[in-house]
Design a protein around this ligand. Structure first.
Ligand SMILES: Cc1cc2nc3c(=O)[nH]c(=O)nc-3n(C[C@H](O)[C@H](O)[C@H](O)COP(=O)(O)O)c2cc1C
Length: 375
């Protein structure tokens, strides 16, 4: 049986073995921004599990832009080699690997979810790093419990654009195949896009064009710093999910601009502007964000990646087959079952040779299956 899910995909010079992507997932495990054995095992197991493309967690372009204290980083040259170890292992096991570059903006400084996920106090942030402050387009806090961010000067904006560009250069040195720009979930760039959080009156605010300027500036500078044969992904919150906020039609306008710059894939997420999104949440359900990927793909022709409660192999295959998206990303499902891609293949088109499993395992699985079949 031919499956859409396991059809390889070429984007620029990158050939993905299938359409299954591991979604970016924060680990809060990289003191000083340095990845370590945790990341090698956490990300490496997804390569053994058969994914086509594995994304790192949101990786900070500066200490200021960290979501939590122990975010992975690419703000120092010394961060490159530890990443290289992870990248090499993933490559040796047949998967591609992308780094998600992010800046948390006014949502910088939060606790891991297992500690409640609350915003750190200003005292806690300054104790971690005397320069750690929340930055935003305007002096509007992300929500209750969050301090008021500093409205960024033009110089600070230009510095952040430089930081993204330098981090992309380091990502190339580390051997990453893909950069994904994290322009979703209420972090810095989303807060510039949304009229609810951006009330600037200069070139980076006001009408749609002004609010999109930071996204476009960063994408253009990263595209220039990132080799032209390597593809560029961008994660967007297609809607804020709040009354009067960023809309799916605004996303379509932005995506056309990003395409012209050379962004190849739009990873379609939603929400995250914090308190304001509670006004009109995007209803949760299986594949609840797939319609966003379908709309963006249909109206712009860009390649899309669908994400959010994609849990079943047949559901995932149908998303690709129906033309809603070119790739599916799984997050929590991959935590539940790091071998989800190989298990999905077994469910859709079983291979008695276990040829896509690691050779050290496949031969034993053949014997196991022969035994089970004989019962
Ligand atoms: C542990 C965890 C950490 C996450 N960290 C990030 C992140 O760093 N960047 C991001 O864009 N999304 C992050 N997300 C969101 C996921 O990438 C994904 O979009 C979301 O979980 C929905 O997909 P799922 O239903 O398959 O889990 C995280 C999700 C989880 C469960």
């Amino acid at each position: 049986m031919s499956t859409a899910l396991f059809k390889p995909l070429r984007v620029r010079s990158l050939e993905l073995r299938n359409r299954i992507v591991i979604s970016p997932m924060m680990q809060h495990a990289a003191p000083g921004g340095f990845v370590n054995n945790w990341h090698l095992v956490h990300l490496g197991k997804f390569a053994l599990g058969g994914a086509g493309l594995i994304f790192t967690e949101s990786t900070a372009v500066s200490p200021m832009g960290r979501i939590g204290r122990d975010d992975a980083g690419l703000w120092r040259d010394e961060h490159v080699q530890p990443w290289r170890n992870v990248v090499d292992f993933v490559h040796q096991n047949g998967a591609a690997i992308g780094v998600q570059l992010g800046h948390a903006g006014r949502k910088a400084g939060s606790k891991p979810l297992w500690e409640g996920g609350d915003a750190l106090t200003t005292t806690q942030m300054l104790a971690d790093d005397p320069n750690w402050v929340r930055l935003g387009p305007s002096a509007i806090p992300a929500g209750e419990g969050w301090s008021t961010p500093k409205a960024m000067t033009l110089e600070e904006i230009s510095q952040v654009v430089d930081e993204f560009s330098r981090a992309a250069g380091r990502a190339d040195q580390a051997g990453f195949d893909v950069v994904e720009l994290h322009f979703g979930h209420g972090y810095l760039v989303t807060s510039f896009l949304s009229p609810l959080s951006n009330q600037r009156t200069d070139a980076y605010g006001g009408d749609l064009e002004g609010r999109m300027k930071l996204a476009i500036d960063i994408a253009a500078r990263v595209r220039a710093a990132w080799p032209s044969h390597k593809p560029l992904w961008c994660r967007l919150s297609v809607v804020d999910g709040a009354v009067g906020g960023w809309s799916a039609d605004d996303t379509v306008v932005l995506v056309r601009r990003l395409q012209a710059i050379g962004v190849d894939v739009i990873d379609c997420s939603s929400g995250g502007l914090t308190e304001q999104t509670k006004a009109l949440p995007v209803p949760r359900g299986l594949g609840f964000q797939v319609p966003f990927a379908r709309k963006v793909r249909a109206e712009t022709g860009v390649l899309t990646q669908a994400v959010g409660m994609i849990v079943d192999p047949h559901q995932a295959d149908e998303i690709i087959r129906s033309g809603a998206a070119d790739l599916v990303a799984i997050g929590r499902e991959a935590l539940f079952d790091p071998y989800w891609p190989l298990h999905a293949q077994w469910a859709l088109a079983p291979d008695p040779q276990f040829a896509d499993w690691h050779v050290r395992h496949g031969v034993w699985l053949q014997k196991r299956q022969t035994f089970l079949d004989s019962l």
